[in-house]
Ligand binder design. Structure first.
Ligand SMILES: [Zn+2]
Length: 145
């Protein structure tokens, strides 16, 4: 079990984890779907994982965790509640934009470093990918409505 990097991270940061507020705590499902509450918990876990990686400047892992969270929201497609799915997706895309910007700032100016060049490219690619996926999701929803 120790070889699982998430497990190790979770162990190391167990206290840290506990002190953190959930990213999406404030959201309340307009349809009061019980399903959405379960999703919320899962997405918050992935989100938290991403934030911790980001603070450790492990950007590629951080981006992967966000992508993972996003992919999870597309499973909401089968549920009647698209409002929650869109809310999650918008926030995840915004976070990724913020990571993208953060990495960019390190590649310019006095203390620039090339260390995160690959992460920057990956962030840009995933950002485009998720934006397209979010647009497709909305289109699909409109078609069904
Ligand atoms: Zn909902």
């Amino acid at each position: 079990m120790k070889s699982n990097s998430f497990c190790t991270l979770a162990e190391k940061d167990a206290e840290y984890f506990a002190e953190r507020p959930n990213k999406f705590e404030m959201v309340s499902c307009p349809k009061k779907e019980r399903n959405c509450k379960n999703y919320l918990k899962e997405i918050n876990n992935r989100y938290l994982e991403s934030e911790i990686y980001r603070e450790n400047k492990e950007y590629q892992n951080s981006i992967a965790a966000l992508k993972n969270a996003f992919n999870y929201t597309t499973e909401l497609k089968e549920s009647p509640c698209n409002k929650c799915a869109e809310f999650f997706q918008t926030n995840i895309v915004q976070s990724l934009e913020s990571i993208h910007h953060e990495i960019h700032k390190m590649s310019v100016g006095l203390f620039r470093t090339k260390r995160y060049n690959l992460s920057y490219l990956i962030a840009g690619d995933v950002l485009n990918e998720l934006k397209i996926a979010a647009t497709d999701f909305k289109k699909l929803k409109m078609k069904r409505a």
